[in-house]
Design a protein around this ligand. Structure first.
Ligand code: FAD
Length: 486
């Protein structure tokens, strides 16, 4: 296989794919995905992508304000301005690339409302917007002759020499190869799998964040973790199915164990307060009532409307024996999103020249302490396009040069011990769920550090499981350390 590329992109979610498509066609690009090409948080996104397309009833300034309010004003204002002013063009470009956003009869985008937005501005494809975006971008990526997409290929190590990035990649065959590139984009997604209960897909183990950290790149605000208030509370599986914010956006009520609405006791924005507020209110209400049973109720709406607007959620709930047109939906908060990540500038550049990070693994500062709903797909496309634009300019201006370097193959001396991942998840769930427990965090960080140091010893059999366990140890360590030092 070819081993030298202009750009290697670690990740084939919205950020990786859109970034690849914005790179100049003269550049040789490799996109790597850890498992199948459609397994990512992007593919799971339901609600939609936020952008101001209705300038009569909405404005960029309002989108900026909503983003800042949701983020507790801890956002980077310049990044927010970039996101909101450039976002509409990228969203229109997604439509040109084949994303089938739902339209009104007059051909304008059908806009929905979600928590924290003061205007309806969410473009969507029913309740499976992420899949619609990923599927459309994959078609275009496969059409492009300069882009190679390799699935089931795990980036295990990353190193930079003077002119070149070298990635140790585990191929589906089990073979370990060193691949080289002039530019490297980390677009490896979030960290949800460090928790016992998360809405995130199996790939979300923070591998890219770990590699960047090990290279000395600053990581910022990794403890800014978002807990979504309304994941489906099936209490059986670790991957909790999300009941999108847009269900509340379309009018669903949040009820306590007695079947009563309670958000008026906590926030005047009621069910549509930002996610952190609703999650905290649920935890308070659970203490007050002594019960962790909560429900969403949208049964008062027309059943045909519900089935047509939320086909994915409807079908998933049906499989669990719940008909959302007649039954209340059991919900509870769940880990959902990471606001912090690899520190980047407004062009997605890290402190290492040629190394970029975009999407959920990055920290652009747009989200502050709490992401506004549907701003993350937007961040993924806006900032990956900006990364591509800088790379295009730099790559075409300078001749390609590749340094020699090969990772030595790992000769396995020991296997991954059983139970590390479970232990890390239990520590995180205990130390930091919705609100931190500082005593548990102080205690937990010691054990997590031990596990991290153990997995850093050379000689572990190089498998996806090993790489992911090591990443989870790093991610948990950084989060807990930030928490106790804050
Ligand atoms: C259930 C759910 C619903 C959501 N709904 C919305 C929504 O409605 N609107 C919104 O804006 N946001 C939503 N989000 C958040 C949003 O989907 C994500 O933040 C965003 O899609 C992240 O995109 P990404 O490209 O950064 O990462 P991902 O889409 O997660 O892609 C990561 C990629 O990195 C690859 N990768 C990881 N590690 C390695 C490795 N070691 N080697 C090789 N490849 C690797 C993976 O294989 C994958 O291809 C939702 C998230 C979830 C989980």
């Amino acid at each position: 296989m070819e081993k030298q590329f202009d750009v290697i992109i670690m990740g084939g979610g919205a950020a990786g794919l859109y970034g690849a498509l914005n790179l100049d066609k003269r550049l040789r690009v490799l996109v790597l995905t850890k498992q199948s090409e459609t397994l990512s948080n992007s593919s799971l996104a339901q609600g939609g992508i936020a952008a101001v397309t209705d300038t009569k009833n909405d404005s960029v300034q309002k989108h900026i304000n909503d983003t800042l309010v949701a983020g507790g004003f801890r956002n980077d204002r310049r990044a927010v301005e970039i996101l909101t002013t450039e976002g509409p063009a990228d969203v229109m470009n997604l439509a040109k690339l084949g994303v089938d956003f739902d339209l009104n009869e007059d051909g304008t985008p059908n806009l929905t409302l979600e928590g924290g937005h003061t205007r309806p501005r969410i473009l969507h494809h029913k309740d499976c917007t992420g899949k619609a975006i990923v599927d459309a971008l994959l078609v275009k990526v496969h059409e492009r002759e300069n882009i190679t997409l390799l699935s089931d290929a795990v980036v295990c190590e990353l190193k930079k020499t003077e002119h070149t990035f070298h990635a140790l990649v585990l191929l589906p065959s089990g073979e370990q190869v060193t691949l080289h590139s002039r530019f490297f984009i980390i677009a490896s997604g979030g960290i949800g799998r460090v928790y016992e209960y998360t809405t995130n897909s199996a790939i979300a183990t923070g591998d890219g964040i770990t590699l960047a950290y090990r290279m000395g790149v600053p990581i910022k605000n990794l403890h800014f973790v978002q807990f979504h208030p309304t994941a489906f509370a099936n209490r059986k599986t670790r991957e909790s199915f999300l009941i999108s914010e847009s269900v509340r956006g379309e009018g669903a009520y949040l009820l306590n164990c007695h079947g009563n609405r309670f958000m008026h006791e906590y926030d005047e924005r009621l069910e549509l307060a930002p996610r952190d507020v609703v999650s905290r209110s649920i935890m308070e209400e659970a203490k007050r009532t002594g019960s962790d049973h909560f429900y969403l109720d949208i049964t008062y709406k027309d059943p045909d409307f519900i089935r047509n607007r939320f086909p994915l959620i409807y079908e998933n709930l049906k499989k669990e024996g719940i008909d959302m047109t007649t039954d209340r939906i059991p919900v509870f908060p769940c880990q959902h999103y990471l606001m912090g990540g690899i520190q980047v500038d407004s062009d997605s550049q890290t402190t290492i020249p040629g190394l970029f990070a975009c999407g959920e693994c990055s920290h652009t500062g747009v989200h502050g302490a709490n992401r506004l709903a549907s701003n993350s797909l937007l961040e993924a496309v806006v900032f990956s396009r900006r990364a591509a634009s800088v790379i295009n300019e730099q790559a075409l201006r300078t001749p390609a040069q590749f340094d020699d370097f090969e990772f030595s193959p790992v000769l396995p001396e020991r296997e991954l011990p059983h139970g590390f991942r479970t232990e890390i998840r239990a520590i995180m769930q205990h130390a930091y769920f919705v609100a931190p427990d500082f005593a548990a965090a102080k205690e937990g960080v010691k054990r997590v550090e031990e596990i991290k140091n153990e997995l850093d010893r050379p000689g572990y059999h190089l498998t996806r499981d090993y790489v992911e366990a090591r990443s989870l140890a790093y991610v948990a360590y950084i989060i807990l350390k930030e928490l106790i030092e804050e």
